[in-house]
Design a protein around this ligand. Structure first.
Ligand SMILES: [Zn+2]
Ligand SMILES: [Zn+2]
Length: 227
């Protein structure tokens, strides 16, 4: 199954306005994806539109949220249904920092329908760190039936390895996402990533031009865990 399990929409303030759920689904389908995950920062609010658009295009959606934990670690939460994701998103919303949010500074946060209409604007800045540490965030993901996966662990910021410096086995992660799979051998050799862990790589696209033109097949062991 050709996949991209980390795509943002125009709900994420750092994403391009053209990344509407319908456009994301349409572009992914056109370039050959079979399975995508829409994963906005700390919110699931565009998943109903993404689900409707994916269904219309004959594309499978894995509902997701990219949580930003209190330690500023990005944690992908893959959920069994849009409903479960919306429930988890409501919990996260209660733990967002109460910063003042100015769309002119941070960017718009649009909740859309599947026909590219703006339903509402999210009023809380979604890119802040939740008042939940990574242990609490992972536990909440699991209690909603989800699989937590540390995002872009090879990156120098907002990643498990950049913040903790090492892999914490007690977190029980079954998968890891790398921005660049070619960095895996060095991370495995240094012991910062455990051997045998299935590794995913996705686009983390915030704009149409950074969406994939070709999609890798999802490793069978990841398919078993996620779907
Ligand atoms: Zn991230
Ligand atoms: Zn992301």
């Amino acid at each position: 199954m050709k996949y991209d399990l980390h795509i943002h929409t125009c709900l994420s303030p750092c994403a391009d306005r053209a990344m509407t759920p319908a456009t994301v689904a349409g572009m992914a389908k056109l370039s050959g994806a079979e399975l995508i995950a829409v994963a906005d920062h700390n919110s699931a609010a565009n998943l109903p539109a993404a689900q409707a658009a994916c269904t219309a295009y004959g594309l499978r959606l894995l509902p997701a949220i990219e949580a930003c934990t209190a330690e500023e670690i990005h944690l992908l939460c893959y959920l069994p249904s849009v409903e479960a994701a919306l429930e988890l998103g409501e919990v996260f919303r209660r733990h967002l920092p109460p910063y003042p949010y100015d769309p002119a500074v941070w960017g718009e946060q649009w909740v859309m329908d599947e026909d590219d209409n703006i339903l509402r604007r999210e009023g809380r800045l979604l890119t802040g760190a939740l008042e939940l540490d990574i242990y609490q965030t992972a536990a909440l993901c699991r209690s909603h039936g989800g699989i937590p996966v540390p995002a872009h662990v090879d990156k120098d910021s907002y990643s498990l390895l950049s913040v903790f410096g090492l892999w914490d086995d007690s977190l029980g992660f079954e998968l890891a996402e790398l921005a660049d799979l070619s960095r895996a051998p060095a991370l495995l050799q240094s012991g910062r990533l455990p051997g045998g862990l299935p590794l995913l790589t996705s686009s983390d696209a915030h704009a149409l031009e950074t969406m994939r033109e070709e999609y890798p097949p999802l490793p069978a062991c990841a398919l078993e865990r996620l779907l």
